[in-house]
Design a protein. Structure first.
Length: 133
């Protein structure tokens, strides 16, 4: 599904801050900006509701004033559609997957992103259990 996506970012959640960890940016954007991002969880953004509710969001970007700064930092215009998938470990959101596209995401892409989030949660759970042994 990566070929349909323009941008994909993994945000690590630490102490009420979402920190850009890894990702990609196409279309002449600024991929180096990803690892410099730090966003307050409580600040209005497209990431806040999926983080607080632990429910994925798929659809058009919400009209929030802070989000244009996000896209400007990445060197991109706002997308047509985006996805924010929380990765939950033991009832806590530990990271968010962000992806966007300049056209509608097909069902395979949406399903693939949801599956990726579930797979990450399962992998983190196995790592934690192994560390506890």
């Amino acid at each position: 599904f990566k070929q349909q996506l323009r941008c994909g970012i993994i945000f690590a959640a630490r102490d009420s801050v979402l920190i850009g960890w890894k990702g990609f940016v196409r279309s002449g954007g600024k991929p180096d900006a990803i690892e410099t991002m730090a966003l307050e969880v409580g600040a209005p953004s497209m990431l806040r509701d999926p983080y607080e509710s632990a429910v994925p969001y798929f659809g058009e970007p919400p009209a929030l004033e802070v989000d244009p700064h996000f896209y400007r930092a990445l060197g991109l215009p706002p997308p047509h559609e985006l996805a924010v998938v929380p990765v939950v470990l033991r009832q806590e959101v530990v990271c968010l997957l962000y992806a966007d596209a300049m056209s509608s995401m097909d069902a395979a892409t949406v399903g693939g992103l949801a599956e990726l989030g579930q797979g990450l949660a399962a992998s983190f759970d196995r790592l934690v259990k192994a560390a506890e042994r």
